[in-house]
Design a protein around this ligand. Structure first.
Ligand SMILES: [Zn+2]
Length: 125
């Protein structure tokens, strides 16, 4: 059975914005790679994020398909076309994997969007 991962990337990060060192770190890095892939405008620069699942102990050959969703959280939806693993990532904005922020300018995004408490702490420097 495929999983559906609904996560908030901020939950995996330390206060300085790095991925926290914990048992699920490899999975968190996988989600971060998807954020890079989905927020990179030029598809030549986008990453090819390989599926992490190992059905029957064989690594899935799927390359993750990801895209920005126009819902209120601007979540990133992704799925594996081979094994149907899928998920949704929120809280990716202005993390170090957010290529949209690099392009648009972080300041512009902050004036446009209300900040949660955690996001203000995260961005205070
Ligand atoms: Zn897969």
């Amino acid at each position: 059975m495929a999983n559906t991962w609904i996560i908030d990337l901020r939950h995996y990060l330390t206060p300085d914005g790095a991925i926290a060192d914990f048992a699920g770190r490899a999975r968190a890095e996988f989600f971060a790679s998807i954020v890079v892939d989905a927020t990179t405008a030029n598809t030549d620069d986008a990453l090819s994020v390989q599926c992490r699942r190992r059905p029957r102990h064989q690594r899935c050959a799927g390359i993750i398909v990801s895209y920005l969703c126009a819902d209120k959280d601007e979540s990133i939806r992704w799925y594996c076309p081979v094994c149907d693993d899928d998920g949704s990532i929120s809280g990716w904005q202005n993390t170090r994997w957010d290529r949209l922020a690099a392009r648009l300018g972080v300041v512009a995004r902050f004036h446009r969007r209300p900040c949660s408490k955690s996001r203000q702490d995260f961005c205070s420097d």
